[in-house]
Design a protein around this ligand. Sequence first.
Ligand code: SF4
Length: 246
Amino acid sequence: MRMKEDHMRNGQLKPGYNIQMGTENQFITGFSIHQNPGDTSCLKDHLEQRKRWLGEHPQVLIADAGYGSEENYDYLKDRNITAYVKYNLFHYEQKKRYQKKKTYRQENFTYLKEKDQYLCPRGKALTYQFTKDVTSYNGYHSTRRVYECLDCSRCPVKSDCTKSKYNRRLYIGVELLEMREQAKKRLNSPEGVKMRSQRPIEVEAVYGRLKHNWGFRRFYLRGVEKVKIEWGLLNIAHNIAKVAVQ
Ligand code: SF4
């Protein structure tokens, strides 16, 4: 995996594990060890493992933008977990500067519902072509509606708009857009703002203690099962230390 600690500054790959951890009042309520680097695909496994240990899912879940995928929103909804989960553009899209700077991003194309078309920033129509199936790392199926501009060949801003030598295309996940809209509404509600402010003082504080205060930067053991035990012991130590100072 590529690590945040990259002393050689060349993005070199190193052997490692992706640890997922959940906390409540800074007590660790569950963890899971993964061998794939992306956080997005770990959420379901993590919550299933947590359920095996604790017997139930959490009622509320707060997570950062790394977890805001269609698959995860769908999973959380199915299990009645109230999700305060950002998506990758959550903060950026609310800034005017972003809208100006990223003129040719999909978000700045206008959807004309009655015609089922998009209009690009230069006023050209992108029409529906076909629907594409997408399968995630975990095997979750979703679809993207593909829209294409009829003729970009003489557009003077084409190089800013698309790297393709053909016409500009948009890949629209209708369900994903709806889920993001719901997520945005919830995240911007008074409760959502309160919940979002909790995240840095919850799980980030716990990681801070383990990694910086206690200096746990590397596993001593090798292999998933041994790493699970090592991390589990550290987590138990953290929870006992939390009880001790209360
Ligand atoms: S490249 Fe095509 S889609 Fe993009 S701005 Fe130009 S005409 Fe519009």
